[in-house]
Design a protein. Structure first.
Length: 444
């Protein structure tokens, strides 16, 4: 569509009058009339053409004429109440992009052409736009810079990647914000330092409760990766682990000078505990040995029988570590009942902040520090504590323990989703669906 000269001149002239008229209520009396000769001069428009156009504008009530020495035209109503569509209609300017002829075989109302709907819709949008803009908007320059392209509406997203990172819980965020206002260093003995220390020890108690450990057994780290590297880096002669472990176990284990024994996992993802027994009982002496076995897998959700394997390991002098990152908040975790020596945690897996975790160390077990420096964490892990992250960790741990009562509901949702998937695609394989799994995890 291209506006005709008539339509463009009409809008320009009306905007000129609106620009010369004071806003309603600004001055006494009615605004002065504007001679057409002045409009023609200011806007470089032909006077004779304007005289013809203003016949229609006056007939539509958009302008009033004044005679005499001060003759000319003034707006018939406030500029804010006259739309561009009103002006177009007064001078019979068509703002539609298509005209359908009743008897035109190419495009009629009965037999519209292929693109009829496109141009008709565009005309409607243009008409709507002109109706939304007043002369006052034009004078003030209160117009959109450019039209926004029409984009398809995005479908609502559901975030499902909790095994990578769970969304930050509101409780954790609030605890972090409050901790950021605490100035003291937790190693200081003044009141500010004692306040910081109280936040850390409260969080330590919450984390300990989450896995049924003693607060004294919880050592804060920068995350589970640090915790796993710490335990793997000890002076072992033999390290037993499996191919289904996280890279934060496998990478340092491969870099260690110890003999590395990889335990097989069956097609369901269950680690072969008998292989460990066979190597310990019939093979060469293992010396100071570590068994590193995850509690639950982040991809399949498979839960290992850590307790049974750890019991054998303990009876034969092996230390046992479990990477329990995926378990808290999804299943009950009991550090004592698992029978392991150490257990790693990461706050962001259950709604805490990223960059904070813990190594739970059985009382009485001494580890060579991975990070040396000050006396923080009872001289086991040096470095000024990340107070805000620890506060968030504690709050998330408290909430995760509270929410364990929702496990049955989540399990039912998982089972229903798997059933629906099989209805849609009967050949779908649900990996490890016949062994114990995390309630929130599906692997196809």
């Amino acid at each position: 569509m291209e506006l005709t000269t008539k339509g463009r001149y009409a809008v320009t002239a009306m905007a000129d009058i609106a620009g010369q008229s004071p806003a309603q209520g600004e001055g006494p009396g009615e605004p002065s009339a504007v001679p057409l000769s002045q409009i023609a001069e200011r806007q470089s428009l032909p006077l004779s053409y304007l005289e013809q156009i203003f016949v229609g504008l006056r007939r539509a009530g958009l302008v009033d004429s004044a005679r005499g020495r001060s003759g000319g035209y003034r707006l018939g109503r406030p500029a804010s109440e006259i739309s561009i569509s009103d002006v177009m209609a007064a001078v019979e300017e068509d703002t539609h992009f298509i005209r359908c002829a009743d008897n035109d075989p190419r495009c009629s109302r009965e037999t519209p052409c292929l693109t009829h709907g496109l141009w008709h819709g565009l005309g409607d949008v243009t008409s709507t736009y002109f109706s939304s803009i007043s002369l006052a908007d034009v004078v003030r320059g209160n117009l959109p810079v450019s039209a926004q392209p029409v984009r398809p509406k995005s479908p609502a997203r559901a975030y499902l990647d909790y095994n990578a990172t769970a969304p930050l819980r509101a409780e954790a965020k609030q605890a972090m914000i409050e901790a950021l206002d605490v100035d003291g260093n937790a190693s200081s003995v003044h009141s500010e330092g004692r306040r910081a220390r109280a936040i850390i020890e409260s969080a330590r108690e919450s984390v300990a409760s989450l896995v049924n450990a003693k607060p004294s057994e919880v050592v804060f780290t920068s995350g589970a990766t640090e915790a796993n590297v710490w335990i793997i880096s000890q002076p072992w002669n033999t390290i037993f682990t499996s191919a289904v472990e996280h890279d934060s176990i496998l990478s340092p284990a491969r870099a260690h000078s110890a003999e590395l024994v990889m335990l097989d996992a069956d097609r369901k993802g269950i680690v072969n505990g008998a292989q460990l027994a066979d190597r310990v009982l019939t093979g060469a002496p293992v010396g100071r040995a570590l068994l590193a076995l995850q509690l639950a897998n982040n991809e399949t959700g498979v839960i290992q029988d850590v307790n049974a394997i750890a019991e054998f390991a303990r009876e034969h002098g092996l230390h046992t570590h479990t990477d329990a990152v995926q378990a808290p908040g999804r299943i009950k975790v009991d550090f004592g009942s698992l029978g392991v020596d150490t257990l790693s945690l990461s706050a962001h897996k259950f709604g805490g902040p990223k960059g904070i975790g813990a190594l739970v160390i059985r009382d009485g077990l001494d580890l060579v520090p991975l990070i040396r420096g000050g006396g923080q964490e009872r001289r086991r892990r040096a470095g000024t504590e990340n107070l805000a992250a620890i506060a968030g960790f504690g709050a998330a741990a408290h909430a995760a323990l509270r929410d364990l009562n929702a496990v049955a509901k989540i399990t039912a949702l998982r089972d229903a989703l798997e059933a629906d998937i099989r209805l849609i695609a009967p050949s779908t394989v649900i990996i490890s669906n016949d062994v114990e799994r995390l309630p929130n995890t599906i692997a196809l």
